[in-house]
Design a protein around this ligand. Sequence first.
Ligand SMILES: Cc1ncc(COP(=O)(O)O)c(C=O)c1O
Length: 342
Amino acid sequence: MNWNELKFKYTKTNAIICSYYTDGQWSPLQVVRDDKISINALSASLQYGIQAFEGLKAYRGADEKVRLFRPWENSARLRRSADFLGIASPPESMFIEACKMAVRENIQFLPPYESGATLYLRPFVIGIGGQIDLVSPNEVVFIVAAIPVSSFAGSIEYNSKALIARDHDRTAPMGTGAYKIGGNYAASIVAGVKAKQQGYASVLYLDSGSRRYIDEFSSSNFFGIKGSEYITPESSNILPSITNDSLMKIASKSGLTVTKRAVGLEELDSFDEIGACGTAVVILRMAQIDDPLNGIVYSQKKNKNTANHNNSTCQLLYNKLIGIQFGTEEDTNNWCLTVPIN
Ligand SMILES: Cc1ncc(COP(=O)(O)O)c(C=O)c1O
């Protein structure tokens, strides 16, 4: 495998890990070699989008240990999303065991430390029984798949641009934005593809009620740095990002003030740095944000004190975070779970 050519794309690996929920019980976890499963054509996942998913990574450390980063948080978030849909989700112990099994069964796809690449784990639950009535399904499968993906390890992406969504909203006020469920992504995929074709790394969503405040990017949270303050939006309609939560704790320990509050659109240009953070991208530092209604609403180049990328606050936070994930920084918060291999 050429680890340097990896992207964030699906590749079939050795096995997926599955458990079926029927009659109120989860079956023992099974290793399944095929990546196709059989579900009813009239299942609620296919008909009504009843599915919830997660994303986390396995990291091969400088010390060769294999680590998962805060998998308990992914387990809890899957439970919240599944509860919202009214479907079963696995107990934490089963979630963690399935993640470990997915790593072990696909160990040859876990990239070496030097590559900076990782093994992405995709746990999910979907409704699988036949139905046409609008009720929460009581037959569910829980699956964990493992796919090797590229990384931006070493330095963060600096020249990213984002586009503010003006012709659609991703979720409604008091809607589904705080849950990791398929419909949110269905609502934003075409906009994301079009934005990429125009050279944007991501789409930035405003709060769908007033469209005056920043919510988040299509698949990552928003944060801004102003002097020694780390500011991230307070909103009931964004996904609680595990990366953002970790960065807030790292920022606070590094002497920054951490503030969660509404961030107005007009405030964007006053930030020294703006980052998009999430498991997949880690941190993308935005060079520019464009608004179809108002033109360029943020330009990183104007802010002189961040000209040296290596000394940027984004880069310092990034170094600490990936250091913990790859085992080169002390894990004082006990965020990592080591996966015994063999
Ligand atoms: C909408 C959205 N926001 C934020 C994130 C980042 O969350 P995390 O840091 O837990 O990966 C993701 C990715 O999971 C996402 O899809």
